[in-house]
Design a protein around this ligand. Structure first.
Ligand code: M6R
Length: 608
């Protein structure tokens, strides 16, 4: 989703802005632009396509105050005229992330007042609105603050004025924005990775904050207009953790980081023989005692993690669990159960639909809320009463990988805590589960060692248009996740079904051109699954099976078996995810797609 960078410094900020934009590329975008004050004028450059194209256009551009943006089109097609920054009367420049819902009425009003619109964006109303107040004598801060009271919607904003060359104004509501604190220079950005080359000292702005930033000082005002102090935090994210290293793509790097990410996420239990509710927050024990069911809300890959957890929560902890897609739940008339624990799952913690779903649940009277999230400072973590931070580290590739497996680890821990609290876990069982969890990093590493074989297998998908994924029980969501990975980065149309559903419709699709990928764990459903695989083979379908040891499924003509190193019991969905991630990755390489930035997709979906 859109990315913002801004800087006020004593040096030329153009390289800082460009580097920041490049580092925000992973969020997804279709055009980019920047504006600086150069020789007393607003000097703007914009381009569709990559930040690299913008870099070429800005070789002669310089200035000590500037704002920059990568745009992901919402209102108006991706084009240079719609790219940010937007200007008003060559006096004010604005970059914006979010959506202004009342832009049509504002546009009508501003047009009647003589403002000429040069784009189809909702953002352009903001810059003209600020201009309308600024030209009447308000300071840039006050002109921005007054304008914000007229906006309905979500925004993160950077604002500059040509006759105010030492000041940058920024504001956030519903979209992420932080400030970077340097020595004699200050910055703004959508996330910390953009600023790491210049500073790791950051201030996370809160909902409704507006800041007036100069080289040597800054002032922050909260949503009620009062001046406030926000803590300067030293970001733990290192430059190294967001650099590609020797990997070809971030997705590949992040797939390989899973053993470490899982080990880090398990840190709170690594030396214990028992598990306590406190790992979910100080008030967790009381909340868990009070709840009688679980409602999981999430989107995309995070939703799939929730689907796996339902099997664990009901079977191990004996607690009823429903899992809903956040964008559906927020608009559905549901029957709230105030005794349910609402669990929101999100890598970014900024997904607009998941945030809205949590707000909706709270408005319905839900008081027991837990965020499982990979970003400590995110909106969801701040909103929920309880929290568990996955320790996957920054995930840059649009396709979520290590965030998913660490979410599963967190959800398994939640299952164990709830099972224990409900008297459904003996000490011996608890110890065994904890041992199994501690073995996971090593077990995932063994699966990753299959990479060369999976790369070879992927060659057979180079010409395919469609694929069918099958799984049963708690591996059905893994089939869904495998299909999502394949479609989002290789653009092959992929569907996933619980294998038992085949004969109720999808079997009609099976022929020699439809590869069928199956997850075959050595569990109670194995024999059922084998029958389903026979149904496929009998129709000429080509099978690609990721099978545990001792499943006795043999390779033969039209049946390709990839032997998994070991069976992990309840944790098997985590292990079976990895080969499907690798398969999608290598198929995408075959197809020559932009693996880390697939077309039309954004990393953080911060708009509805
Ligand atoms: O940051 P979140 O986990 O809330 O994101 C939810 C989805 O947008 C995300 O998982 C998306 O489906 C991924 N691109 C899938 O790989």
């Amino acid at each position: 989703m859109c990315g913002i960078v801004g800087a006020v410094a004593q040096r030329n900020v153009v390289p800082i802005l460009l580097e920041g934009l490049q580092r925000l590329e992973y969020r997804g975008y279709d055009s980019a632009g920047l504006v600086v004050i150069q020789d007393g004028q607003l000097q703007r450059e914009r381009s569709t396509g990559r930040v690299a194209d913008l870099r070429l256009k800005t070789t002669g551009t310089h200035g000590t105050l500037g704002i920059a943006h990568t745009r992901w089109a919402t209102h108006g097609v991706p084009s240079e005229r719609n790219a940010h920054p937007h200007l008003s009367n060559n006096l004010i420049g604005v970059v914006h992330n979010g959506i202004i819902e009342n832009y049509e009425s504002l546009r009508t009003r501003l047009s009647a007042a003589g403002y000429v619109f040069t784009s189809d964006t909702d953002t352009e109303v903001i810059v003209h609105l600020i201009h309308s107040h600024y030209k009447n004598g308000a300071s840039l801060l006050d002109a921005t603050r007054t304008s914000l009271t007229e906006l309905i919607g979500a925004y993160a904003l950077g604002v500059i004025a040509v006759d105010n060359p030492d000041q940058l104004i920024c504001a956030r509501r519903g979209s992420p924005l932080l400030m970077g604190v340097g020595v004699g220079e200050h910055f703004i950005a959508s996330d910390v990775s953009a600023l790491l080359p210049v500073t790791n000292r950051v201030i996370y702005l809160e909902e409704g904050d507006v800041a007036e930033i100069e080289r040597q000082s800054y002032r922050i005002f909260n949503a009620s207009g009062a001046e406030v102090t926000r803590p300067v935090q030293v970001s733990k994210i290192s430059n190294e953790s967001v650099s590609l290293g020797t990997y070809r793509h971030y997705m590949q790097k992040e797939i390989h980081e899973q053993p470490q990410a899982i080990a880090d996420t398990l840190e709170s239990v690594c030396n214990s023989t028992s598990i306590i509710p406190g790992i979910f927050g100080a008030e967790a024990a009381a909340s868990f005692d009070a709840v009688n069911s679980i409602l999981i809300l999430a989107c995309g890959t995070s939703y799939h993690a929730g689907l796996v957890a339902r099997y664990w929560l009901e079977e191990i902890a004996g607690i009823p669990c429903t899992v809903e897609i956040a964008s559906e739940y927020r608009y559905r008339t549901s029957v709230p159960n105030p005794k349910a624990l609402v669990v929101v799952l999100s890598q970014s913690g900024e997904t607009a639909d998941t945030q809205a779903a949590l707000n909706h649940a709270m408005a319905l009277g839900h008081v027991h809320t837990l965020a499982i999230c990979n970003v400590a400072e995110s909106a969801l973590v701040r909103l929920a009463k309880l929290r568990f931070l996955t320790r996957a580290g920054p995930e840059i590739g649009v396709a979520s990988t290590k965030a998913f497996t660490t979410q599963l680890v967190a959800l398994f821990l939640l299952t164990l805590v709830l099972a224990k609290q409900r008297g459904r876990l003996t000490e011996a069982q608890e110890r065994q589960h904890l041992n199994d969890l501690r073995h996971l990093p090593a077990a995932t590493q063994k699966v990753l060692d299959l990479e060369p074989k999976i790369a070879k297998l992927a060659e057979q998908f180079a010409t395919k248009q469609h694929a069918l994924f099958l799984g049963r029980g708690m591996h059905y969501p893994i089939a869904l996740e495998g299909a999502l990975k394949l479609k989002e980065i290789s653009y092959i149309h992929a569907e996933a079904y619980p294998a038992g559903e085949l004969k109720h419709g999808p079997l009609a699709l099976v022929d020699k051109d439809m590869p069928v990928i199956s997850v075959a764990p050595n569990d109670v459903l194995l024999e059922k699954l084998k029958s389903n695989l026979h149904e496929v083979r009998a129709r000429g379908g080509e099978l690609f099976v990721f099978a545990d040891a001792n499943t006795h499924i043999r390779s033969e003509d039209g049946v390709h078996i990839m032997q998994m190193p070991e069976h992990a019991g309840y944790l098997s969905p985590i292990l079976h995810t990895l080969p499907l991630q690798l398969l999608a990755y290598y198929v995408a390489l075959q197809k020559g797609t932009d693996v880390d930035k697939p077309r039309n997709l954004a990393k953080s979906v911060t708009v509805e």
